[in-house]
Design a protein around this ligand. Sequence first.
Ligand SMILES: *Cc1c(COP(=O)(O)O)cnc(C)c1O
Length: 416
Amino acid sequence: MHLFNYKGSELYAEGVRVRLLAEKYGTPLYVYSAGTLLAHLNAYKEAFDGFPNIICYALKANSNIAVLRLLGRHGSGADIVSGGELFRALKAGIPAKKIVYAGVGKTEEEIRYALGSGILMFNVESGEELREIDRVAGAIGKKAPIALRVNPDIDPETHPYIATGLRKHKFGIPIDDALQFYRLAASLKNIKIMGVHKHIGSQITKVGPYVDALKKTLLLVDRLKESGINIRYLDMGGGLGIPYDTETPPNPKELAGRILPLLKGRTNLTLIAEPGRSIAGNAGILVSKALYLKKTAEKEFLIVDAGMNDLLRPSLYGAYHRIVPAVKGRRKKSVQDVVGPICESGDFLAQDRELQRVHAGEYIAVMSAGAYGFSMGSNYNSRPRPAEVLVRGDRHFLIRKREEYEDLIEGERFIP
Ligand SMILES: *Cc1c(COP(=O)(O)O)cnc(C)c1O
Protein backbone atom coordinates (compact mmCIF):
# COMPACT_ATOMS: atom_id res chain seq x y z
CA MET A 1 0.00 0.00 0.00
CA HIS A 2 0.97 3.63 -0.16
CA LEU A 3 -0.50 7.07 0.48
CA PHE A 4 0.33 8.75 -2.83
CA ASN A 5 -3.03 9.20 -4.53
CA TYR A 6 -4.80 11.56 -6.87
CA LYS A 7 -7.50 13.81 -5.59
CA GLY A 8 -9.09 15.17 -8.71
CA SER A 9 -6.25 15.82 -11.12
CA GLU A 10 -3.59 16.46 -8.44
CA LEU A 11 -1.22 13.89 -6.99
CA TYR A 12 -1.05 14.04 -3.21
CA ALA A 13 1.47 12.73 -0.72
CA GLU A 14 -0.88 11.94 2.17
CA GLY A 15 -2.63 15.30 2.63
CA VAL A 16 -0.15 17.45 0.71
CA ARG A 17 -0.14 18.34 -2.98
CA VAL A 18 3.03 17.06 -4.62
CA ARG A 19 3.14 20.05 -6.97
CA LEU A 20 3.26 22.42 -4.01
CA LEU A 21 6.13 20.45 -2.46
CA ALA A 22 8.04 20.67 -5.74
CA GLU A 23 7.48 24.43 -5.90
CA LYS A 24 8.45 24.96 -2.27
CA TYR A 25 11.50 22.70 -2.04
CA GLY A 26 12.62 22.53 -5.67
CA THR A 27 13.41 19.45 -7.75
CA PRO A 28 14.64 16.77 -7.96
CA LEU A 29 12.97 16.03 -4.65
CA TYR A 30 12.45 12.87 -2.65
CA VAL A 31 9.12 12.81 -0.82
CA TYR A 32 8.41 10.16 1.82
CA SER A 33 5.13 9.30 3.51
CA ALA A 34 5.35 8.70 7.26
CA GLY A 35 1.98 6.96 7.26
CA THR A 36 3.14 4.51 4.62
CA LEU A 37 6.40 3.77 6.43
CA LEU A 38 4.56 3.07 9.67
CA ALA A 39 1.84 1.01 8.00
CA HIS A 40 4.53 -1.23 6.54
CA LEU A 41 6.37 -1.55 9.84
CA ASN A 42 3.11 -2.32 11.65
CA ALA A 43 2.24 -4.96 9.07
CA TYR A 44 5.39 -6.84 10.14
CA LYS A 45 4.78 -6.27 13.83
CA GLU A 46 1.22 -7.55 13.59
CA ALA A 47 2.10 -10.49 11.35
CA PHE A 48 4.70 -11.86 13.76
CA ASP A 49 2.92 -10.77 16.92
CA GLY A 50 2.39 -14.34 18.12
CA PHE A 51 6.13 -15.03 18.42
CA PRO A 52 8.98 -13.17 20.15
CA ASN A 53 10.50 -10.98 17.45
CA ILE A 54 12.57 -7.94 16.58
CA ILE A 55 11.96 -6.12 13.32
CA CYS A 56 15.37 -4.78 12.28
CA TYR A 57 14.77 -2.30 9.47
CA ALA A 58 17.55 -2.59 6.86
CA LEU A 59 19.10 0.86 6.80
CA LYS A 60 20.66 0.60 3.40
CA ALA A 61 17.24 0.93 1.77
CA ASN A 62 16.80 4.46 3.13
CA SER A 63 19.02 5.72 5.90
CA ASN A 64 17.83 9.28 6.46
CA ILE A 65 17.96 9.83 10.22
CA ALA A 66 14.40 11.22 10.32
CA VAL A 67 13.11 8.03 8.70
CA LEU A 68 15.15 5.98 11.17
CA ARG A 69 13.90 7.93 14.15
CA LEU A 70 10.29 7.52 13.04
CA LEU A 71 10.69 3.77 12.64
CA GLY A 72 12.77 3.44 15.81
CA ARG A 73 10.16 5.26 17.89
CA HIS A 74 7.64 2.72 16.67
CA GLY A 75 9.72 -0.19 17.82
CA SER A 76 12.02 -0.92 14.92
CA GLY A 77 15.58 -2.08 15.36
CA ALA A 78 18.21 -1.84 12.64
CA ASP A 79 20.04 -4.10 10.25
CA ILE A 80 23.31 -2.40 9.33
CA VAL A 81 26.13 -3.20 6.92
CA SER A 82 28.74 -0.56 7.79
CA GLY A 83 30.11 1.66 10.52
CA GLY A 84 28.43 4.60 8.85
CA GLU A 85 25.06 2.90 9.15
CA LEU A 86 25.76 2.14 12.82
CA PHE A 87 26.49 5.84 13.33
CA ARG A 88 23.18 6.77 11.70
CA ALA A 89 21.17 4.18 13.65
CA LEU A 90 22.60 5.33 16.98
CA LYS A 91 22.15 9.02 16.08
CA ALA A 92 18.50 8.30 15.36
CA GLY A 93 18.12 6.73 18.80
CA ILE A 94 17.73 3.10 17.80
CA PRO A 95 18.79 1.01 20.81
CA ALA A 96 22.08 -0.83 20.23
CA LYS A 97 20.48 -3.98 21.59
CA LYS A 98 18.21 -4.00 18.53
CA ILE A 99 21.02 -3.67 15.98
CA VAL A 100 22.41 -6.52 13.91
CA TYR A 101 25.43 -6.09 11.69
CA ALA A 102 25.99 -8.00 8.42
CA GLY A 103 28.42 -7.53 5.54
CA VAL A 104 31.37 -9.47 4.15
CA GLY A 105 34.01 -6.77 4.67
CA LYS A 106 33.84 -5.43 8.20
CA THR A 107 37.04 -3.57 9.07
CA GLU A 108 38.82 -3.60 12.41
CA GLU A 109 37.62 -0.04 13.09
CA GLU A 110 34.04 -1.01 12.34
CA ILE A 111 34.23 -4.10 14.56
CA ARG A 112 35.62 -2.02 17.43
CA TYR A 113 32.91 0.60 16.99
CA ALA A 114 30.15 -2.02 17.02
CA LEU A 115 31.61 -3.83 20.04
CA GLY A 116 31.95 -0.54 21.90
CA SER A 117 28.35 0.34 21.07
CA GLY A 118 26.99 -2.95 22.42
CA ILE A 119 25.06 -4.16 19.37
CA LEU A 120 22.87 -7.26 19.59
CA MET A 121 25.04 -9.32 17.26
CA PHE A 122 27.40 -9.48 14.31
CA ASN A 123 26.14 -11.53 11.40
CA VAL A 124 29.44 -13.10 10.46
CA GLU A 125 30.13 -14.03 6.85
CA SER A 126 33.37 -16.07 6.96
CA GLY A 127 35.75 -17.97 9.21
CA GLU A 128 38.37 -15.27 8.68
CA GLU A 129 35.96 -12.61 9.88
CA LEU A 130 35.07 -14.73 12.89
CA ARG A 131 38.73 -14.94 13.92
CA GLU A 132 39.18 -11.21 13.37
CA ILE A 133 36.17 -10.36 15.55
CA ASP A 134 37.52 -12.70 18.23
CA ARG A 135 40.91 -10.96 18.07
CA VAL A 136 39.48 -7.43 18.22
CA ALA A 137 37.09 -8.37 21.04
CA GLY A 138 39.98 -9.90 23.00
CA ALA A 139 42.08 -6.77 22.52
CA ILE A 140 39.44 -4.58 24.17
CA GLY A 141 38.36 -7.15 26.74
CA LYS A 142 34.88 -7.86 25.37
CA LYS A 143 32.93 -10.86 24.27
CA ALA A 144 31.54 -10.47 20.77
CA PRO A 145 27.95 -11.65 20.23
CA ILE A 146 27.63 -13.35 16.86
CA ALA A 147 25.40 -15.21 14.49
CA LEU A 148 26.79 -16.96 11.46
CA ARG A 149 25.27 -15.92 8.18
CA VAL A 150 24.57 -19.17 6.39
CA ASN A 151 24.15 -19.45 2.68
CA PRO A 152 21.33 -21.94 2.10
CA ASP A 153 21.93 -22.28 -1.66
CA ILE A 154 18.37 -21.29 -2.56
CA ASP A 155 17.49 -19.34 -5.68
CA PRO A 156 15.27 -16.40 -4.67
CA GLU A 157 14.19 -15.99 -8.32
CA THR A 158 15.02 -12.32 -8.46
CA HIS A 159 17.45 -10.05 -10.37
CA PRO A 160 20.95 -11.63 -10.35
CA TYR A 161 22.52 -8.51 -8.78
CA ILE A 162 20.27 -8.77 -5.72
CA ALA A 163 20.29 -12.55 -5.26
CA THR A 164 22.63 -13.41 -2.40
CA GLY A 165 21.86 -16.93 -1.21
CA LEU A 166 23.40 -19.15 -3.86
CA ARG A 167 26.61 -21.14 -3.49
CA LYS A 168 28.33 -18.91 -6.07
CA HIS A 169 27.74 -15.70 -4.10
CA LYS A 170 30.22 -13.95 -1.82
CA PHE A 171 27.77 -13.94 1.09
CA GLY A 172 27.64 -16.18 4.13
CA ILE A 173 28.98 -19.63 4.92
CA PRO A 174 27.75 -22.61 2.90
CA ILE A 175 25.05 -24.12 5.06
CA ASP A 176 26.55 -27.60 4.73
CA ASP A 177 29.77 -26.37 6.36
CA ALA A 178 28.03 -24.34 9.04
CA LEU A 179 28.36 -26.89 11.85
CA GLN A 180 32.12 -26.87 11.55
CA PHE A 181 32.19 -23.03 11.64
CA TYR A 182 29.94 -23.00 14.70
CA ARG A 183 32.38 -25.41 16.37
CA LEU A 184 35.15 -22.96 15.52
CA ALA A 185 33.08 -20.11 17.00
CA ALA A 186 32.45 -22.12 20.16
CA SER A 187 36.20 -22.67 20.52
CA LEU A 188 37.07 -18.96 20.32
CA LYS A 189 37.45 -17.32 23.73
CA ASN A 190 36.00 -13.92 22.92
CA ILE A 191 33.02 -15.05 20.86
CA LYS A 192 29.53 -15.62 22.17
CA ILE A 193 27.19 -17.55 19.89
CA MET A 194 23.78 -15.91 19.76
CA GLY A 195 22.08 -16.94 16.57
CA VAL A 196 21.91 -17.94 12.98
CA HIS A 197 21.32 -15.58 10.08
CA LYS A 198 20.30 -15.92 6.46
CA HIS A 199 19.37 -13.43 3.76
CA ILE A 200 18.86 -14.88 0.30
CA GLY A 201 18.15 -11.79 -1.77
CA SER A 202 15.93 -8.85 -2.44
CA GLN A 203 12.70 -8.06 -4.29
CA ILE A 204 11.55 -11.64 -3.65
CA THR A 205 8.03 -12.09 -5.00
CA LYS A 206 7.44 -15.74 -4.13
CA VAL A 207 7.11 -17.12 -0.66
CA GLY A 208 8.42 -20.58 -1.62
CA PRO A 209 12.17 -19.86 -1.76
CA TYR A 210 11.94 -17.85 1.45
CA VAL A 211 10.27 -20.69 3.31
CA ASP A 212 12.61 -23.33 1.84
CA ALA A 213 15.62 -21.33 3.01
CA LEU A 214 14.16 -21.00 6.47
CA LYS A 215 13.43 -24.72 6.68
CA LYS A 216 17.03 -25.49 5.83
CA THR A 217 18.14 -23.04 8.50
CA LEU A 218 15.89 -24.65 11.10
CA LEU A 219 17.38 -28.05 10.34
CA LEU A 220 20.74 -26.49 11.11
CA VAL A 221 19.41 -25.06 14.40
CA ASP A 222 18.36 -28.59 15.37
CA ARG A 223 21.69 -30.10 14.42
CA LEU A 224 23.48 -27.41 16.41
CA LYS A 225 21.37 -28.20 19.43
CA GLU A 226 22.38 -31.85 19.18
CA SER A 227 25.99 -30.66 19.25
CA GLY A 228 25.36 -28.61 22.37
CA ILE A 229 25.20 -25.25 20.60
CA ASN A 230 22.14 -23.27 21.58
CA ILE A 231 20.67 -20.76 19.15
CA ARG A 232 18.57 -17.97 20.62
CA TYR A 233 18.07 -15.68 17.62
CA LEU A 234 16.79 -16.86 14.28
CA ASP A 235 17.45 -14.03 11.81
CA MET A 236 15.53 -14.69 8.62
CA GLY A 237 16.89 -11.66 6.75
CA GLY A 238 14.90 -9.29 4.60
CA GLY A 239 14.04 -9.37 0.97
CA LEU A 240 10.27 -9.30 0.57
CA GLY A 241 9.45 -7.66 -2.72
CA ILE A 242 7.11 -4.78 -3.44
CA PRO A 243 4.81 -4.08 -6.37
CA TYR A 244 6.73 -1.77 -8.71
CA ASP A 245 4.65 -2.75 -11.70
CA THR A 246 2.44 -5.83 -11.83
CA GLU A 247 4.30 -7.96 -9.27
CA THR A 248 2.19 -9.47 -6.49
CA PRO A 249 4.68 -10.24 -3.73
CA PRO A 250 3.50 -11.85 -0.51
CA ASN A 251 2.78 -9.46 2.35
CA PRO A 252 4.22 -9.98 5.86
CA LYS A 253 1.03 -11.68 6.99
CA GLU A 254 1.21 -14.27 4.22
CA LEU A 255 4.87 -14.81 4.98
CA ALA A 256 4.19 -15.19 8.70
CA GLY A 257 1.39 -17.61 7.89
CA ARG A 258 3.94 -19.93 6.32
CA ILE A 259 6.75 -19.32 8.80
CA LEU A 260 5.12 -19.28 12.23
CA PRO A 261 3.88 -22.90 11.98
CA LEU A 262 7.51 -23.96 11.45
CA LEU A 263 8.45 -22.29 14.73
CA LYS A 264 5.82 -23.98 16.90
CA GLY A 265 7.27 -25.24 20.14
CA ARG A 266 10.59 -23.42 19.70
CA THR A 267 10.01 -21.41 22.83
CA ASN A 268 13.53 -20.17 23.43
CA LEU A 269 13.88 -18.58 19.98
CA THR A 270 13.47 -14.93 19.05
CA LEU A 271 12.78 -14.25 15.40
CA ILE A 272 14.52 -11.36 13.64
CA ALA A 273 13.33 -9.94 10.32
CA GLU A 274 15.34 -7.42 8.31
CA PRO A 275 12.94 -5.77 5.88
CA GLY A 276 14.23 -2.78 3.93
CA ARG A 277 12.51 -2.37 0.59
CA SER A 278 9.13 -3.60 1.86
CA ILE A 279 9.15 -0.86 4.51
CA ALA A 280 10.50 2.09 2.52
CA GLY A 281 10.10 1.28 -1.19
CA ASN A 282 6.53 2.34 -1.80
CA ALA A 283 6.76 4.99 0.92
CA GLY A 284 8.70 7.37 -1.31
CA ILE A 285 8.58 9.10 -4.67
CA LEU A 286 11.10 11.10 -6.65
CA VAL A 287 9.62 14.32 -7.99
CA SER A 288 11.28 15.76 -11.06
CA LYS A 289 10.68 18.66 -13.41
CA ALA A 290 10.36 18.27 -17.17
CA LEU A 291 13.05 20.28 -18.94
CA TYR A 292 12.72 19.46 -22.63
CA LEU A 293 10.77 17.27 -24.97
CA LYS A 294 13.19 16.10 -27.63
CA LYS A 295 12.05 14.24 -30.71
CA THR A 296 14.45 12.42 -32.96
CA ALA A 297 13.73 10.26 -35.98
CA GLU A 298 13.94 7.22 -33.68
CA LYS A 299 12.55 8.33 -30.37
CA GLU A 300 10.76 10.78 -28.20
CA PHE A 301 12.74 11.78 -25.12
CA LEU A 302 11.33 13.47 -22.07
CA ILE A 303 14.36 15.10 -20.49
CA VAL A 304 13.86 15.73 -16.78
CA ASP A 305 16.01 17.21 -14.02
CA ALA A 306 16.52 13.88 -12.15
CA GLY A 307 19.11 11.44 -13.39
CA MET A 308 20.82 8.17 -12.62
CA ASN A 309 22.82 9.90 -9.90
CA ASP A 310 19.53 10.56 -8.07
CA LEU A 311 17.86 7.22 -8.81
CA LEU A 312 20.20 4.52 -10.05
CA ARG A 313 17.89 1.51 -10.13
CA PRO A 314 16.67 1.80 -13.72
CA SER A 315 20.24 2.15 -15.01
CA LEU A 316 21.74 -0.48 -12.71
CA TYR A 317 19.11 -3.21 -12.83
CA GLY A 318 16.86 -2.15 -15.69
CA ALA A 319 14.37 -1.66 -12.87
CA TYR A 320 10.83 -0.54 -13.57
CA HIS A 321 9.42 2.51 -11.80
CA ARG A 322 5.95 3.78 -12.57
CA ILE A 323 5.99 7.40 -13.73
CA VAL A 324 2.97 9.65 -13.34
CA PRO A 325 2.32 13.37 -13.78
CA ALA A 326 1.96 15.52 -10.66
CA VAL A 327 -1.07 17.02 -12.34
CA LYS A 328 -3.12 14.93 -14.71
CA GLY A 329 -4.26 16.70 -17.84
CA ARG A 330 -6.19 15.79 -20.92
CA ARG A 331 -3.07 15.29 -22.97
CA LYS A 332 -2.18 12.87 -25.68
CA LYS A 333 -0.14 9.84 -24.76
CA SER A 334 3.04 8.90 -26.57
CA VAL A 335 5.84 6.39 -26.22
CA GLN A 336 8.75 8.10 -24.50
CA ASP A 337 12.12 7.55 -22.93
CA VAL A 338 12.31 9.49 -19.70
CA VAL A 339 15.95 10.49 -19.32
CA GLY A 340 18.11 12.63 -17.08
CA PRO A 341 20.85 15.17 -17.80
CA ILE A 342 23.78 12.79 -17.09
CA CYS A 343 26.32 12.19 -19.85
CA GLU A 344 25.67 8.46 -20.16
CA SER A 345 23.29 6.68 -22.51
CA GLY A 346 22.46 4.46 -19.54
CA ASP A 347 20.96 7.47 -17.80
CA PHE A 348 17.24 6.80 -17.98
CA LEU A 349 14.30 6.52 -15.60
CA ALA A 350 12.07 4.72 -18.10
CA GLN A 351 12.41 3.42 -21.65
CA ASP A 352 9.74 3.07 -24.32
CA ARG A 353 7.06 4.02 -21.84
CA GLU A 354 3.61 5.13 -22.88
CA LEU A 355 3.02 8.32 -20.93
CA GLN A 356 0.84 11.34 -21.00
CA ARG A 357 2.81 14.17 -22.60
CA VAL A 358 4.00 16.79 -20.13
CA HIS A 359 5.24 20.27 -20.98
CA ALA A 360 8.50 21.82 -19.87
CA GLY A 361 8.22 23.10 -16.33
CA GLU A 362 5.64 20.52 -15.27
CA TYR A 363 6.36 17.86 -12.68
CA ILE A 364 6.42 14.10 -12.80
CA ALA A 365 6.61 11.60 -9.94
CA VAL A 366 8.73 8.48 -10.14
CA MET A 367 6.89 6.05 -7.91
CA SER A 368 8.26 3.43 -5.48
CA ALA A 369 11.50 5.34 -5.05
CA GLY A 370 11.66 5.29 -1.25
CA ALA A 371 14.11 2.37 -1.07
CA TYR A 372 17.50 2.23 -2.78
CA GLY A 373 16.77 5.68 -4.17
CA PHE A 374 18.51 8.46 -2.29
CA SER A 375 20.71 5.93 -0.49
CA MET A 376 22.24 4.78 -3.78
CA GLY A 377 22.55 8.34 -5.06
CA SER A 378 25.81 10.02 -5.92
CA ASN A 379 27.25 13.33 -7.02
CA TYR A 380 28.17 12.01 -10.46
CA ASN A 381 28.48 14.81 -13.02
CA SER A 382 28.93 17.09 -10.00
CA ARG A 383 25.23 17.20 -9.36
CA PRO A 384 24.25 18.25 -5.85
CA ARG A 385 22.09 15.57 -4.28
CA PRO A 386 18.36 16.29 -3.94
CA ALA A 387 16.45 17.42 -0.89
CA GLU A 388 14.33 14.96 1.08
CA VAL A 389 10.94 15.76 2.58
CA LEU A 390 8.85 13.70 4.98
CA VAL A 391 5.09 14.16 4.87
CA ARG A 392 2.86 13.31 7.79
CA GLY A 393 -0.84 13.98 7.26
CA ASP A 394 -1.06 17.54 5.97
CA ARG A 395 2.34 18.55 7.34
CA HIS A 396 5.68 18.36 5.58
CA PHE A 397 9.20 18.52 6.93
CA LEU A 398 12.51 19.07 5.19
CA ILE A 399 14.61 16.15 6.47
CA ARG A 400 17.65 16.77 4.27
CA LYS A 401 18.45 20.03 2.60
CA ARG A 402 19.35 20.14 -1.02
CA GLU A 403 23.10 20.10 -1.50
CA GLU A 404 24.73 23.24 -2.84
CA TYR A 405 27.75 23.68 -5.08
CA GLU A 406 29.94 24.35 -2.02
CA ASP A 407 28.95 20.93 -0.65
CA LEU A 408 30.40 19.33 -3.77
CA ILE A 409 33.96 20.37 -2.96
CA GLU A 410 33.79 20.12 0.81
CA GLY A 411 36.81 18.21 1.95
CA GLU A 412 38.74 18.78 -1.27
CA ARG A 413 42.04 20.64 -1.08
CA PHE A 414 44.42 22.30 -3.53
CA ILE A 415 48.02 21.19 -3.21
CA PRO A 416 50.43 23.95 -2.18
C1 LIG B 1 19.92 -5.63 1.87
C2 LIG B 1 19.75 -6.48 3.05
C3 LIG B 1 18.50 -6.57 3.68
C4 LIG B 1 17.28 -5.85 3.19
O1 LIG B 1 16.81 -6.33 1.99
P1 LIG B 1 15.42 -5.81 1.40
O2 LIG B 1 15.29 -6.51 0.12
O3 LIG B 1 15.56 -4.33 1.22
O4 LIG B 1 14.36 -6.16 2.37
C5 LIG B 1 18.39 -7.36 4.80
N1 LIG B 1 19.44 -8.04 5.29
C6 LIG B 1 20.66 -7.98 4.71
C7 LIG B 1 21.78 -8.74 5.29
C8 LIG B 1 20.85 -7.21 3.57
O5 LIG B 1 22.05 -7.16 3.00
